[in-house]
Design a protein around this ligand. Structure first.
Ligand SMILES: *[C@@H]1O[C@H](CO)[C@@H](O)[C@H](O)[C@H]1NC(C)=O
Ligand SMILES: *[C@@H]1O[C@H](CO)[C@@H](O)[C@H](O)[C@H]1NC(C)=O
Ligand SMILES: *[C@@H]1O[C@H](CO)[C@@H](O)[C@H](O)[C@H]1NC(C)=O
Ligand SMILES: *[C@@H]1O[C@H](CO)[C@@H](O)[C@H](O)[C@H]1NC(C)=O
Ligand SMILES: *[C@@H]1O[C@H](CO)[C@@H](O)[C@H](O)[C@H]1NC(C)=O
Ligand SMILES: *[C@@H]1O[C@H](CO)[C@@H](O)[C@H](O)[C@H]1NC(C)=O
Length: 511
């Protein structure tokens, strides 16, 4: 039987923290040169800002990557275009008198973990908010919104009353004892809640972030829905903040799957999204400890785009976020004095064997977003410990990461399934590995994990875990370390590709 102990993680906090520290140490020496930089900035401030040309290659990759979110859908499907998928998980939540049938299966398994699912929704919202125009240009905007709503519909139902949030549908212990298609599941799928006595601040805050960001996406599309999302987001944030406690302490079983090292970063992340969604300064003044990179970039947005009603102290606080975000960017640029050495020879950011691509994809997405904030606010240079860098170095870094994933690597392998002709054929994914006509169930289904034939169903759009640091990849179905796709990796990659669809992007106010 498969012992699927997977050190999954969506927390980049620690790694980015190291990047920031390295940069901050040297930042002290840099202050004298700032003045020159500011002079240079004002000289260049007449650069014209208009959207660039469409890059077909990234548009195609985006359309492919988007399909993975369809493959992962649970519930009663609407306009299903995946031939080997059908309705499933229809009873999820029923034991609790709830409808938790929608949402997405997490990865190669069939559990709906609330924490990474909420993160997926937050990133997808962010991608739509920054790059919705570009998604539209390649006819993927509606698709992206539909995929997002499929998740937020589930998150709304998972929050049936104040101070109660269902954080999971399906039992990973039971689920991992089976190798089956979602359509034929028969094992019990209990739902688990966090509440006042068993709080879960990180998962409640991440869900609040998902709903606050999604409320912005739907603001003009469906204002009733948008307001409903915002109400849930505010209420969940209150729950997370008032009843503080880590869900992996309240509900220790989650430690084997998505363990949490703390909730400070998620609280601050939720507060930042709620600030963008409400413009209520109270959320902006909310203080947290962990300077997680995505949040630094999101908060520096406020500084780049400026607001007239900010006090001097608030502006200084925001400037600090922006400078720290700039330090992170310096760590990513390959030839900056503070460049991180966590890279493969081919230049791919590489931090961990498990799910290796989450770090380079997140780094690339953030670098691209940051560079677009620079462009839109007509800032043409960044400054790394005594050296000036051109804004364009950031998208060039992002392109290098994306190109690596799309096949520009020593193995000439595309890590995006369905892109090009050479991509993994043994993806660690239950639905993809079992023929639709198979009559196997839970345990006998493991013969499909064992099978030496390539997957009968192609999980088009799956972004697999990624290469070893020596740039090799073992295409074997039980290699979940390298070969298991996740929805949150996909969301980040979708964000990155949407940003690259045009040679330059114009980002605007969210509201
Ligand atoms: C798959 O890998 C796991 C973990 O490495 C191992 O315990 C299990 O026996 C393997 N299963 C098969 C069918 O090879
Ligand atoms: C609160 O959550 C815990 C942990 O999931 C659960 O065991 C308990 O039954 C819940 N409390 C209520 C009143 O449902
Ligand atoms: C807005 O969303 C709600 C909830 O999903 C839905 O019932 C309604 O039909 C939507 N309205 C429009 C105009 O799309
Ligand atoms: C989960 O994380 C906590 C805090 O970082 C740690 O103490 C605990 O050992 C971890 N649990 C597992 C199963 O790794
Ligand atoms: C799959 O392989 C594992 C490990 O070799 C074995 O224990 C198990 O019986 C096999 N299962 C099936 C259904 O073939
Ligand atoms: C690459 O690294 C992996 C994991 O550390 C190792 O198993 C493999 O043998 C290495 N391959 C080469 C060609 O060095």
């Amino acid at each position: 039987m498969e012992a699927e102990k997977k050190p999954k993680s969506k927390s980049w906090c620690l790694w980015f923290f190291v990047l920031v520290l390295a940069a901050v140490v040297v930042a002290a020496a840099s202050i004298t040169l700032r003045k020159d930089l500011d002079r240079l900035k004002s000289k260049n401030s007449h650069a014209s800002v208009h959207p660039g040309a469409i890059v077909a290659r990234y548009g195609d990759a985006l359309s492919i990557a988007m399909q993975f979110l369809d493959i992962q859908k649970s519930g009663k499907l609407v306009n299903n275009k995946i031939a080997w998928r059908a309705d499933s998980g229809l009873q999820d939540g029923e034991e609790e008198n709830l409808d938790l049938s929608k949402g997405v299966y997490d990865a190669g398994d069939l559990v709906k973990f609330g924490f990474p699912m909420a993160f997926t929704a937050t990133v997808l919202s962010w991608a739509i908010l920054e790059y919705g125009d570009q998604m539209k240009a390649v006819k993927e905007l509606q698709h992206a919104r539909d995929s997002l709503k499929w998740i937020t519909d589930c998150l709304i139902n998972a929050h049936p009353s104040d101070n109660v949030l269902y954080i999971q549908a399906g039992d990973p212990e039971l689920d991992h004892k089976c190798w089956e298609r979602p359509e034929v599941m028969t094992e019990r799928r209990p739902s688990t809640q966090a509440n006042i006595s068993y709080p879960g601040s990180e998962v409640a805050a991440e869900t609040a972030a998902a709903m606050a960001s999604a409320s912005l996406v739907f603001k003009k599309v469906n204002s009733t829905y948008s307001k409903n999302l915002l109400r849930h987001a505010q209420e969940l944030f209150r729950f997370a903040d008032t009843y503080r406690g880590s869900y992996s302490i309240s509900i220790p079983q989650v430690q084997n799957y998505y363990n949490s090292s703390g909730y400070e970063d998620e609280l601050l992340w939720a507060a930042s999204w709620l600030y963008h969604a409400t413009e209520d300064q109270l959320y902006l003044r909310y203080k947290g400890n962990c300077l997680e990179a995505p949040n630094l970039v999101l908060l520096s947005r406020v500084n780049f785009f400026g607001r007239k009603d900010m006090s001097g102290a608030e502006n200084i606080g925001l400037q600090m976020y922006r400078k720290t975000a700039e330090s992170v960017m310096c760590g990513l640029l390959p030839d900056s004095p503070t460049a991180t050495s966590s890279r493969t020879d081919g230049g791919l950011i590489w931090v961990s064997e498990w799910n290796a691509l989450q770090y380079p994809m997140a780094s690339a997405f953030l670098a691209l977003v940051y560079s677009d904030y620079m462009l839109s606010s007509q800032t043409s240079t960044l400054y790394c410990n005594g050296k000036l860098y051109n804004r364009m170095d950031l998208p060039n870094f992002a392109i290098l990461q994306a190109e690596y994933v799309l096949g520009n690597n020593p193995m000439k392998l595309s890590y995006l399934v369905g892109y090009g002709s050479n991509y993994p054929r043994f993806v660690h994914h239950r639905g993809a590995s079992i023929p639709v006509t198979a009559n196997t169930g839970c345990e006998d289904g493991f013969k499909w994990l064992n099978s030496t034939d390539s997957n009968p169903n192609v999980a088009v759009g799956a972004l697999v875990g990624g290469p070893f640091v020596n740039e090799t990849y073992i295409d074997s179905r039980n290699n979940s370390m390298q070969g298991e796709p996740t929805t949150y990796n996909s969301a980040i990659f979708i964000g990155l590709l949407s940003g690259l669809v045009r040679t330059s992007s114009v980002v605007r106010d969210f509201t």
